[in-house]
Design a protein around this ligand. Sequence first.
Ligand code: SF4
Ligand code: SF4
Length: 65
Amino acid sequence: MPYVVTDECILCGVCVIGCPSEAVSEDETKCFIDVSLCIECGTCAENCVSEAIIFVEEEITETHE
Ligand code: SF4
Ligand code: SF4
């Protein structure tokens, strides 16, 4: 989940409109990025007015048992 929306989101809607792959959706409290649709272009993070979208390095989870 590289791009995530933090609690800084003020629901301005800019990221929803700007996403080229319609990966961002919005509800009453926050917006969400659908990782299955996100192409990681970074547009939403650049355009966010309150710097609410951050890039998170994917955790490497090893499943050796
Ligand atoms: S990184 Fe690009 S594709 Fe992914 S949610 Fe943001 S604007 Fe959409
Ligand atoms: S651009 Fe930023 S503040 Fe605006 S809805 Fe998207 S995440 Fe929230």
